[in-house]
Unconditional design. Structure first.
Length: 101
């Protein structure tokens, strides 16, 4: 993949953006694998949301955003939404695995 400054035209830019987006989707899938694996260590459904963990995670993501020149408010909101979706998915996964056990 070309660096942004090495792109010669809009097609190069779009191809690179598509690759970055693909890499993001792959990373989200990898994150889901860890989220599901974490369910093994959750003793009950109530332990899944872990609000103290979420409260610690969001400021870190906002800080990372600032370090990379991104809008920290947007990134924190994006991660908040994403984390809540993962919690829902983990809860459903946890329940399904308890039903089959």
């Amino acid at each position: 993949m070309k660096k942004p400054e090495d792109c010669l035209n809009l097609l190069d830019i779009r191809e690179a953006i598509d690759q970055v987006d693909y890499d993001i989707v792959v990373a989200l899938g990898r994150r889901m694998d860890y989220v599901k694996a974490a369910s093994r260590f959750k003793p009950d459904e109530a332990s899944i949301p872990a609000p103290e963990r979420v409260a610690a995670m969001l400021p870190a993501r906002a800080r990372w955003a600032k370090e990379h020149g991104l809008d920290s408010t947007f990134i924190e909101a994006l991660f908040s939404e994403m984390i809540h979706w993962y919690i829902t998915e983990q809860t459903q996964y946890w329940l399904r695995n308890r039903e089959t056990s």
